[in-house]
Design a protein around this ligand. Structure first.
Ligand SMILES: Nc1ncnc2c1ncn2[C@@H]1O[C@H](COP(=O)(O)OP(=O)(O)OP(=O)(O)O)[C@@H](O)[C@H]1O
Ligand SMILES: [Mg+2]
Length: 396
């Protein structure tokens, strides 16, 4: 549109008004104090708040407290530099949620000489979510590729270490005729050799080599999940029954490890009644869910809980996928932690006790093994909610 035609177009007040009022984006103006002087019809349709709640009120009433400084800066900069400024922030919706919006505001002096910032705002929550998934996916492909490569490389030498430790034990055993024969040939008494090895703690050293080697080998076999191609051995499974079994397993396991009493946790089940059978590899999905539940239990045990610890398991159908939600009311996590939890070896727990592989293996099993998705929502102090999404069309 040329400047002339734009002038003609906007000369019509009603045309201008129609355009503003029918825009799907929120159009607004703020005075220099940050009070709304106008919001378009979309304010109501997008946010659910009445327009009257906005006009005459300050933007701070609607913007997330953490984002207010950023919003303020953008208005100040727009006014000071007389230029358009963009800012992304969370805004309160009438349903109680906070959603991400981006707005672009420009200073404007009206016919009465009053300075305002006029702008447009639109919901970018979904776009940000998709961007995060893409970044997360790319990062995981890179890191898990490296981890799988390392696992393959370490697997052979580790196998040799374990095998040779076992050979040493066998070669000094008195129960093998070849050992007795070789000892006789060199003129030593095998019982005395054993007594010496025992006295100097050499059998213990070999035992330690084997225990450490076995621990490494569990880590390596977990890392090998990263290079798994796709599901094999999937069966059509009743998910509700599987979830019940996992909860039972989680309880027994915890009781055995005596970390704390799993029975203290209030377990809520909210399963969809109409779920079809879901194609999945039982042992693998059990591992995924157990790890998520253990993490929740550990997080709640480690935090000073002001409320009764609770884990809620939910299932539902959405867009051809079955969704399993595991929600806890534990300490939650900050943004920096949340963005890293699926990385192999990322852990905030005690070194040597946790490897930080749990969720990265879960990620590999769900995304590669089952062509599904796994996501987490969490905020400090507000608990965490993991969602495992599995496709209903599998290769069982
Ligand atoms: N429900 C949760 N609440 C709070 N933080 C969590 C929760 N689940 C996971 N985390 C965080 O994610 C990190 C990574 O979890 P992951 O299961 O991969 O490793 P880990 O539990 O630390 O170690 P491992 O599973 O090998 O024992 C945890 O160390 C913890 O900081
Ligand atoms: Mg874990």
């Amino acid at each position: 549109m040329s400047a002339k035609s734009a002038e003609i177009f906007f000369k019509s007040e009603s045309r201008y008004r129609t355009l503003v009022e029918n825009s799907c984006d929120i159009i607004f103006s703020l005075d220099t104090e940050g009070n709304f002087t106008f919001v378009s019809h979309a304010w109501k349709t997008v946010l659910g708040h009445d327009r009257g709640d906005a006009v005459g009120h300050n933007f701070r009433k609607f913007i997330h407290p953490e984002d207010i400084p950023r919003y303020e800066t953008s208005i100040m900069t727009a006014l000071q530099t007389n230029s358009a400024q963009e800012v992304t922030y969370r805004i309160h919706h009438a349903d109680g949620s906070w959603r991400w919006h981006t707005s672009r505001g420009t200073p404007h002096v009206d016919e009465n000489g009053v300075l305002t910032v006029i702008g447009m705002a639109y919901d970018v929550t979904e776009r940000l979510r998709i961007e995060e998934i893409m970044t997360q996916t790319e990062k995981m492909i890179m890191i898990s590729g490296m981890a799988a490569g390392m696992a393959h490389e370490i697997n052979n030498p580790l196998g040799a270490i374990l095998q040779h430790a076992q050979n040493i034990e066998r070669r000094v055993s008195t129960g093998i005729p070849a050992n007795l024969k070789a000892a006789a040939e060199v003129g030593v008494d095998l019982d005395l050799v054993r007594a010496y090895l025992q006295k100097r703690g050499i059998f213990d050293f070999i035992g330690h080599i084997r225990t450490a080697g076995m621990r490494a080998s569990v880590i390596i076999s977990n890392m090998l999940y990263f290079s798994r191609r796709s599901e094999s051995g999937a069966e059509y499974i009743d998910l509700s029954a599987l979830l019940d079994r996992v909860l039972e397993l989680a309880g027994t396991d915890y009781h055995l490890k005596k970390k704390y009493d799993f029975r203290r946790i209030d377990l809520q089940r909210d399963y969809a009644a109409d779920l079809p059978l879901v194609p999945l590899v039982v042992a693998e999905l059990e591992q995924v869910l157990l790890n998520i539940i253990h993490n929740a239990a550990q997080a709640m045990a480690g935090a000073a809980m002001r409320r009764e610890p609770r884990i809620t398991l939910r299932t539902r159908l959405s867009e051809g996928m079955v969704l399993i939600e595991i929600e806890d009311n534990g300490p939650g996590m900050d943004e920096a932690t949340r963005l890293r939890i699926f990385e192999p070896f990322f852990s905030t727990k005690e070194v040597g006790v946790s490897t930080g592989l749990g969720l990265s293996v879960a990620y590999a099993i769900v995304t590669k093994g089952h062509r599904g998705a796994i996501e987490v929502q969490s905020r400090p102090g507000e608990g965490s909610c993991f969602t495992v999404k599995l496709p209903l069309q599998g290769k069982a």
